[in-house]
Ligand binder design. Structure first.
Ligand code: E4P
Length: 221
């Protein structure tokens, strides 16, 4: 399973990268705005800075919503770096653009997916990744993980190669459950990834080992 970090914060991207388990980055216009990145040049430079940190895929989202503009913007984003994956919203012109990009060998991430039908369309259009937003579904009392299960079943039924990128991950159990279901990738905040480290028995056990070691060392003095 691949781990992507869902942020435009360079410090957090570096931290996740240094942990040695990072496979890529996803961003969106809200995450860019959160870091105070605005204006075409700044946005482009920020994508380049992210690509300089990580080895894996970097999703860069188009702002355009009509076919011609999505294609123009997406081709430009893809030309920035081989790591760029063009993030396209699940709308009619977006689906057409996914098909176009796929025919040109440009990798895509179909975003804002909330139903199995949308995920089926994304796969048929040749998306590289599909991003079901599980946290936002949970927020409205709908089972986000059940959607991942449905998409896994549908993709396996037909051998679709589109990778399931579970997005809007909020906590470590989202990650563990996505792994059990067979999501190909998760993307979430650094806090959800580092929370996987934690277990009180690990902390207690380590404290005991270190104390026993110190006691034994004291005894032989
Ligand atoms: C997906 O790529 C989105 O950037 C993201 O996961 C949305 O997450 P949120 O619901 O926490 O904003």
């Amino acid at each position: 399973m691949k781990f992507f970090i869902d942020t435009a914060n360079l410090q957090q991207i570096k931290e996740a990268h240094d942990l040695g388990v990072l496979d890529g980055v996803t961003t969106n216009p809200s995450l860019m705005a959160k870091e105070g990145i605005s204006g075409q040049d700044n946005v482009i430079n920020h994508y380049k800075a992210i690509c300089d940190i990580v080895e894996g895929d970097v999703s860069a989202e188009v702002i355009a919503t009509d076919f011609d503009s999505i294609v123009k913007e997406g081709e430009y984003l893809a030309s920035l770096d081989d790591k760029i994956v063009v993030k396209v919203p699940m709308i009619k012109d977006g689906v057409k653009a996914l098909k176009y990009f796929s025919s040109k060998g440009i990798r895509t991430n179909c975003t804002l997916v909330f139903s199995a039908g949308q995920a089926l369309l994304a796969a048929k259009a040749g998306a590289t990744y599909v991003s079901p937003f599980i946290g936002r579904l949970d927020d409205v009392s709908t089972d986000g993980l059940a959607l991942i299960e449905d998409i896994r079943l549908i993709y396996d039924n037909y051998g679709y190669e589109t990778q399931i990128l579970a997005a809007s991950v909020r906590h470590p159990m989202h990650i563990v459950n996505c792994a059990k279901i067979g999501a190909d990738v998760i993307t979430g905040p650094l806090s959800a990834i580092t929370a996987l480290l934690k277990h009180p028995l690990t902390d207690n056990g380590l404290a005991q080992f270190l104390a026993d070691h110190a006691k034994a060392a004291e005894a032989v003095k």
